[in-house]
Design a protein around this ligand. Structure first.
Ligand code: SF4
Length: 468
């Protein structure tokens, strides 16, 4: 057998036995607030809020198209008339906003989901607030960028880190990074928002300098919120980097099933005052205290051990969803990008040479000169647009599933019509590589175990063992 193919197979076999976890920037930010909060999601699977993300997702979709459209087209550096500028941009965004709102309403109707009565007004209000923040603060400080790209997933395998950046502003001398916040920040930026931004800065450094600690291309980073914008100073960011790395390592080790003690924040309403904080946290704190004291009923103890075994098996599956990316990165490190991609293509892990043909709703048809059957229907793929001088796993990409493959044509289903529009704007003109990918269903698999765990506690733990 061809040595290139053997090499790819050996890499798969080797990596299957190692830990291929990746920690998301949002998870690092959670761990920075309190490491117990990270554990509540992984491995316990407790949900901390039933927040409806529909408004936030719709605004993110709108911003992802408008920032590279009406906003950059109307960019005015240091304008004194930010109010009129805001109105002009909002007016020019009318078609995009309406199209996305109607599309969202259509989907929720089809799925029989309820929607808030003031959904449209809330979206209009949040968009207006974000554009005001951009015109009043961002454009005041910074010149029009050469290009803006949005919703960029960056994977840095070496540092076990992945994240999705709302927008990257590219200048000839460096980059600026934007993060939209659609909820009210009450004029204060909390640790979580700040840490997510800093974690994403490390990923942007990796994209532009191949090294997360290289700040040479850094220009600014900014959280845009209702009517304002927050710009952390570079010295502040650099001071926080160690905290980010400590918590990324903590999260990685928890995912790998290592026994690491969570550090509580300096003040915790549950632990320090006995006030109501996170009920789920309190539940697991009491559970582990009783286990430590040997007070758990034998049957319950046995059940919880089984719950934890299942939880860690699910986390192992989560690691496997990142396997293809680890293989690609390992081979690129060994052979360089060109040779590694050729080897991966010969093994059917990636395929190249496809061009955009046309799209209908969420579906995109692409074709290539000759037939290729390495991708089968129902496979998940990461469609990567190869950008010059950028690491392979930091290039612009979107996820889609393969619907049909026939001769030299492939039909892909994207996450939404907006993802297709975004891809047409910033991805399809680049040389395309499709890489095998997987869906990550960890949260929805952990959640029922958490519910069973609590149910079992209700049944088996005697009331007198629980704090009054
Ligand atoms: S209750 Fe305290 S220890 Fe638990 S998650 Fe909240 S802050 Fe952390």
């Amino acid at each position: 057998m061809n040595t290139g193919i053997l090499d790819v197979r050996k890499t798969y076999n080797y990596l299957r036995k190692t830990q291929t976890h990746l920690v998301q920037s949002s998870e690092i930010a959670t761990a920075c607030v309190c490491q117990n909060l990270f554990k509540l999601d992984y491995p316990y699977g407790a949900i901390r809020s039933d927040k409806d993300y529909l408004i936030a997702n719709t605004v993110h979709d709108i911003m992802s198209l408008c920032i590279g459209g009406p906003i950059i087209e109307n960019w005015q550096y240091n304008s004194n008339d930010y109010e009129n500028l805001t109105e002009k941009i909002v007016h020019d965004s009318y078609n995009i906003i309406n199209e996305i709102i109607n599309y969202t309403l259509d989907i929720t109707n089809r799925e029989n989901r309820s929607i808030q009565h003031d959904f449209k007004d809330r979206i209009d209000e949040i968009y207006h607030g974000l554009v005001t923040g951009i015109c009043k603060r961002l454009m005041k400080k910074y010149d029009k960028p050469d290009r803006i790209i949005t919703e960029i997933t960056i994977t840095n395998i070496k540092d076990h880190h992945e994240g999705r950046i709302d927008a990257l502003l590219e200048y000839h001398h460096g980059y600026g990074i934007l993060d939209w916040k659609t909820y009210d920040l009450n004029k204060t930026i909390s640790g979580r928002e700040k840490w997510q931004l800093i974690a994403n800065n490390l990923l942007a450094n990796y994209r532009y300098c191949q090294d997360e600690d290289d700040w040479n291309r850094y220009n600014f980073s900014c959280i845009v919120h209702n009517g304002g914008a927050y710009f952390p100073k570079l010295e502040t960011i650099k001071k926080e980097v160690d905290k980010i790395k400590i918590n990324r390592k903590f999260a990685f080790e928890v995912l790998c099933g290592k026994h690491v003690r969570a550090e509580r924040p300096s003040f915790c309403p549950v632990c320090d005052k006995g006030m109501e904080g996170s009920k789920e946290c309190l539940f697991y704190q009491i559970d582990s205290k009783l286990a430590h004291e040997g007070k758990l009923p034998a049957q319950y103890d046995k059940m919880t051990r089984q719950f934890f075994a299942k939880r860690y098996a699910i986390l192992k599956e989560r690691a496997e969803t990142h396997l293809h990316k680890h293989v690609a990165s390992t081979l690129i490190d060994q052979h360089g990008e060109e040779e590694a991609l050729q080897r991966l293509e010969r093994t059917g892990v990636i395929c190249s040479g496809y061009f955009y043909d046309f799209d209908i709703e969420e579906r995109v048809v692409m074709s290539r000169k000759d037939a290729d059957f390495s991708l089968e229907p129902r496979r998940i793929v990461r469609i990567i647009g190869i950008e010059p001088k950028r690491p392979f796993l930091s290039c612009i990409s979107e996820q889609a599933s393969v619907m049909d493959v026939s001769n030299n044509k492939i039909t892909l289903s994207f996450r939404s019509k907006v993802a297709v529009r975004r891809a047409k704007k910033q991805l399809f003109h680049l040389p395309i590589i499709m890489m095998r990918d997987e869906l990550n269903l960890t949260r929805s698999m952990l959640r029922p175990i958490h519910q069973f765990h609590k149910l079992a506690a209700d049944i088996f733990i005697p009331q007198e063992l629980l704090p009054k």
